[in-house]
Design a protein around this ligand. Structure first.
Ligand code: PLP
Length: 258
């Protein structure tokens, strides 16, 4: 929405479908900056896309691959001899976990999940960084990150250095136990990765839509005291959010870019 508000053309491609993306990129107007935006570790399913074909498309079509790995950062990382579990080592994000480089890539990571700190970062090509420094309103007009958040981030990085592999191994064990338990109980979760993010929808989106349709028009119980619609229960909200998480191809028409 923000991108569209700034004049970008936003085009959606089918989930996990690089061929569809490539068709759209080929059909887009050449010579304008294009960004392929997607999640790393998905916040609702816990699954990560195979990024290699998307990275190839970005390279070959002179686009940028923008990966938001707020949930992967701190948890999954490079495959190495130091790793103690399938999450890899160091928690340095999905890009490293999949052995990719940063060519034509923007990586966004956050400290609010694994590090419980109010901070995030963006890794990007230098020319774009220079442009954002003079064009991005949050960078221009916001105050700096609170010192307390910087302090907890530094403490978190120290913990990661000292015993990050222990913590990840324990997390992996806990997740594995939970996933096995869910399987035994025949509770569905879309998590296929074993990464520690799990959504257990308790109703299908079709039933949810039907229920919303019937409650919004005629059931007083669906409104709260102030007359606004009540939110669905948490599990159903999860389903809505999961379904609205899609990936986007943004073809920026008016955003100046060096
Ligand atoms: C994919 C993704 N990116 C970014 C964020 C924002 O995280 P925060 O504002 O907590 O740093 C979230 C929040 O859950 C998210 O799911």
């Amino acid at each position: 929405m923000t991108a569209a508000g700034h004049g970008a053309t936003v085009v959606r491609f089918r989930h996990d479908d690089p061929e569809h993306l490539e068709d759209l990129v080929r059909a887009s107007e050449p010579g304008i900056p294009r960004i392929i935006a997607m999640d790393g570790l998905n916040s609702m399913t816990g699954n990560a896309p195979d990024l290699a074909p998307f990275a190839r498309i970005a390279r070959e079509h002179e686009a940028l691959l923008y990966v938001d790995d707020a949930h992967g950062f701190g948890v999954i990382g490079e495959r190495s001899e130091a790793e103690r579990c399938d999450y890899g080592a160091r928690g340095n994000s999905v890009i490293r976990h999949q052995g990719l480089d940063y060519d034509h890539t923007i990586i966004v990571g956050g400290f609010s999940k694994a590090y419980s700190s109010l901070l995030s970062f963006i890794g990007l090509p230098t020319r774009l960084k220079e442009a954002l420094k003079v064009l991005a309103p949050p960078y221009l007009y916001s105050g700096p990150s609170p010192v307390a958040s910087l302090a907890t981030t530094i403490a978190g990085l120290d913990v990661n250095e000292a015993r990050g592999e222990d913590v990840r191994e324990q997390l992996w064990r806990n997740t594995d136990r939970l996933l096995r338990g869910l399987r035994e109980l025949r509770i569905h979760t879309p998590n296929r990765s074993g990464f520690p993010l799990m959504d257990c929808p308790t109703t299908s989106r079709y039933r949810l839509r039907a229920r919303n349709a019937s409650t919004s028009s005629d059931t007083p119980a669906s409104t709260s005291g102030n007359g606004r619609s009540r939110s669905p229960p948490r599990s159903e909200r999860s389903t809505i959010r999961r379904n609205s998480t899609s990936r986007r191809l943004i073809s920026a028409r008016s955003t100046p870019c060096p």
